[in-house]
Design a protein around this ligand. Structure first.
Ligand SMILES: NC(=O)c1ccc[n+]([C@@H]2O[C@H](COP(=O)([O-])OP(=O)(O)OC[C@H]3O[C@@H](n4cnc5c(N)ncnc54)[C@H](OP(=O)(O)O)[C@@H]3O)[C@@H](O)[C@H]2O)c1
Length: 338
């Protein structure tokens, strides 16, 4: 059932580094235990995955680190063969190095390949919180605070703790406010991307600036936490046009979503604890591509179906979750935008 890792198509980052065109997510969605997730990571390495999307706040880096350590010891892979990504959580923006060192220690991997600022503001929410949880310390995006966090990441590159910097959950107005200030350019941006939520403008902006889009929730995250579920949400994999394409290929719609993602040029990071699923997700990058016509049909499925609305990050005075996403083209309530 394993895929030859060297045969998985690759993408070249703005540093010249080559990485796989697909990675594996490791967020247990509050539903899967750390052990279930780390077992899946062990299986995924054997199946041929080489890129893993971790995060301090997923609460499973220690267990995943044991899997990495065992894989190195047993000679299944060498450290240099893996592309390990993790993220600083919102409560550690003033102590980025401490957070990074903890992730390196937990993941037992010596250094991080790609280190993300998980959210562009320091608004903390506890794991397993409900959708109406609010933290009184939450505040809107500030250019100065974000750049202070980013500068700390740049220091980590200089110290050799991380190789590349990533940003996540950004918007075009926020990017415009900081894009000229980087001393070390980010290589990638993680953003929500699935067939009914394509963020075409932001996707094009990232491509134009040579920042690689990494698409999270590529399958529309059917197992996402309760706090990210609303009655109006669309189940991407159930959309009839989408099911029809999957039927024509004789595969699960998940495989079509991943083919679309890779052919469009984002790196999808699907999650699954099931061997059959994660193996077929990886194989999808090497089997029959979608036709131009099929790509066009999927391009037409955009429904502005944002699933992670981010209510738990709202600050006092914010209207609702739309304020997090700067939909009118300005950064909402920003104290220091130029
Ligand atoms: N930067 C950020 O803020 C951010 C936010 C969210 C997520 N992420 C990252 O993105 C990753 C992916 O997102 P996600 O885990 O929420 O959602 P996802 O990958 O869109 O969906 C995962 C679910 O899809 C199902 N699935 C996977 N492969 C399948 C297949 N071949 N056939 C049928 N069903 C399949 C599984 O459900 P069943 O278990 O029911 O089979 C699995 O739980 C996360 O794990 C995390 O690493 C980052």
């Amino acid at each position: 059932m394993a895929v030859e890792a060297a045969k998985v198509p690759q993408i070249t980052l703005n540093t010249g580094d080559k990485v796989p065109c697909i990675g594996m997510g490791t967020f247990g969605s509050d539903r899967f235990t750390a052990e279930q997730v780390s077992n899946a990571v062990a299986g995924a390495i054997r199946a041929g995955y080489r890129m893993f999307d971790c995060a301090a706040c997923y609460g499973n880096e220690d267990q995943i680190g044991e899997v990495f350590e065992a894989a190195f010891k047993e000679g299944v892979v060498e450290r240099k063969d893996l592309y390990i990504m993790t993220k600083v959580w919102n409560d550690m923006h003033r102590e980025v190095e401490k957070s990074c060192r903890k992730s390196i220690e937990d993941l037992k991997c010596g250094y991080i390949d790609l280190f993300f600022i998980h959210w562009p503001f320091p608004n903390y929410h506890a794991p397993h919180c409900t959708v109406d949880s609010r933290n009184p310390d939450s505040k809107p995006f500030s250019v100065a605070e974000f750049m202070d966090t980013y500068r700390q990441c740049e220091e980590l590159v200089r110290k050799g703790l991380i190789r590349h910097i990533g940003i996540s959950n950004m918007t075009i107005p926020k990017l415009n406010a900081v894009i000229d200030k980087f001393e070390i350019k980010p290589v990638a941006c993680e953003l929500e991307l699935h067939p009914c939520f394509q963020q075409q403008e932001l996707f094009d902006y990232l491509k134009a600036h040579d920042i690689q889009p990494i698409g999270f929730m590529p399958l529309g995250s059917p197992q996402r936490p309760e706090r990210d579920m609303e009655p109006t949400d669309i189940a991407d994999m159930q959309v009839p046009e989408f099911k029809a394409i999957a039927g024509a290929h004789g595969v699960h719609p998940a495989i079509i979503a991943l083919k679309w993602a890779v052919q469009r040029g984002q790196i999808p990071i699907p999650f699954s604890i099931h061997e059959m699923e994660y193996t077929s997700n990886l194989e999808s990058t090497m089997t029959e591509p979608l036709t131009e016509e099929e790509m066009k049909v999927i391009a037409g499925l955009e429904k502005n179906n944002r699933l992670v609305k981010g209510q738990v990050f709202l600050w006092e005075g914010a209207d609702d979750w739309h304020d997090l996403w700067d939909e009118d083209g300005v950064i909402v309530d920003c104290p220091d935008a130029e």
